[in-house]
Design a protein around this ligand. Structure first.
Ligand SMILES: Cc1cc2nc3c(=O)[nH]c(=O)nc-3n(C[C@H](O)[C@H](O)[C@H](O)COP(=O)(O)OP(=O)(O)OC[C@H]3O[C@@H](n4cnc5c(N)ncnc54)[C@H](O)[C@@H]3O)c2cc1C
Length: 380
């Protein structure tokens, strides 16, 4: 079938889906290209949402214009797929036929409220941020559940707004992702900026409806605003019964192909069958969007299906990481000083691979990638 006749449908309208769309056109697909996306706010980037958009100085989401790609855009939920007939059905009952399908439905925020509890704040969409921003405008106290990168970015926004914030987790901040050395360094900076940390000995529950506080370690902590940043869950409900998804997300091979012919997947919804699980970060979604698009056209991808660069911004400190995680033990300090909030760090792993971290120090990502690659030791 020529590319002009091939109908490609992308479900999911964020970075993985939009990257796939752009790559499809760049690689010569001149046939029909349909994007089904559920977000009425359209195409926008999530990373700024928890950073300057949440801080509230009037910043809006960073949006993308895809009008040059000649896309048929359907703003609706995909509710099911028929892999025999090769159609995706949307909530309004429309059947959209495909020759190749790219699943890019990402993830949604994991919620912890009980079924009868209203008013749980999470942070995943632009609409979530608008609602949270409004609450923060009048808040004096906040509790953030979850001390991962998202929870700490929300805490940073609270500090910037002069709101007294407590972050609750069963683990120390960012320990699971970044290991003890960086966790301690980040906690020290946060505490110096008056962020309080509360260690929970069991999963935290929310109190009130609307939610007005948390219950943790036998005591109740009330706050003007409570925000849950407790991880994400892959958006696979619409794939039920197709064999495309399982409890972990959508398993893909190195070409981002799923177990079902002509169905590919990319981004937060996907995980490499040979890897440890989903890696829900921006650069990974970009890489997989490109690979899924190439594979949907039967072409060789121009990049690998994983990219282990990610970044965060905590209390004005930019942290960029390239390489495998978590980070055990002490790093080699290549430049600067962690205590002074500006350092270039290197971790060497037992398998010969290296992780480079720019901790509050301005370094281009290309340089970090080069350092990680060049300092890796072959164990063969
Ligand atoms: C607030 C925030 C800050 C972040 N900051 C960073 C950061 O600093 N650095 C970093 O590396 N990563 C960061 N991330 C992670 C990064 O944004 C994600 O990895 C990336 O957005 C994943 O893109 P995606 O396209 O796979 O999925 P998503 O961004 O989850 O998008 C999926 C899209 O599919 C749509 N969709 C879902 N189900 C359906 C359906 N059934 N039918 C139709 N459409 C559907 C959704 O509406 C959504 O728009 C952040 C994430 C968030 C939420």
């Amino acid at each position: 079938m020529s590319t002009a006749q091939r109908r490609i449908v992308i479900v999911g309208d964020s970075i993985a889906g939009c990257t796939a769309a752009r790559e499809l056109r760049a690689r010569g697909h001149d046939g029909a290209l349909t994007m089904i996306g559920a977000d009425p706010d359209g195409y926008y980037a999530r990373p700024p949402l928890s950073k300057h958009v949440l801080k509230g100085d009037g910043a809006e989401a960073e949006t993308w214009d895809l009008t040059d790609l000649d896309i048929i855009s359907i703003v609706d939920l995909a509710v099911s797929v028929n892999t025999d007939r090769r159609t995706v059905t949307t909530a309004d009952g429309t059947d959209v036929p495909y020759d190749a399908l790219i699943v890019a439905t990402g993830a949604s925020a994991r919620r912890i409220a009980g079924a009868d509890q209203l008013g749980e704040n999470v942070l995943r969409t632009f609409a979530d941020v608008r609602a949270l921003r409004t609450e923060l405008d009048t808040a004096r106290t906040a509790v953030v559940v979850g001390a991962g990168f998202l929870g700490l970015e929300v805490a940073s926004a609270c500090v910037a707004r002069g709101i007294a914030v407590t972050v609750v987790d069963v683990d120390p901040p960012l320990r699971r992702l970044l290991g003890p050395f960086l966790s301690d360094a980040i906690a020290a900076r946060a505490e110096a900026a008056s962020v309080q940390f509360l260690r929970a000995d069991s999963p935290v529950s929310l109190v009130g409806s609307p939610v007005s506080g948390i219950e943790c370690a036998g005591r109740t902590l009330e706050a003007d605003v409570v925000v849950t940043c407790a991880g994400d869950v892959p958006e696979t409900g619409w794939l039920t019964g197709t064999g495309i998804a399982d409890a972990r997300g959508v398993a893909v091979d190195e070409c981002c192909a799923t177990a079902v012919p002509d169905v590919f997947a990319a981004g937060d919804v996907a995980y490499l069958r040979t890897g440890p699980g989903r890696a829900p970060f921006w650069s990974n979604a970009v890489a997989q969007g490109k690979v899924a698009a190439a594979s949907a056209l039967g072409l060789e991808p121009t990049c690998a299906p994983t990219d282990d660069y990610f970044w965060t911004e905590i209390l004005g400190l930019s942290i960029k990481v390239v390489g495998p995680l978590p980070l055990d033990g002490e790093p080699t300090v290549l430049e600067g000083s962690v205590d002074e909030g500006s350092a270039l760090l290197q971790w060497s792993h037992n398998d010969g691979r290296t992780t480079i971290v720019a901790f509050g120090i301005k370094k281009p990502v290309g340089l970090l990638r080069r350092l990680a690659r060049d300092s890796a030791v072959s164990t063969n």
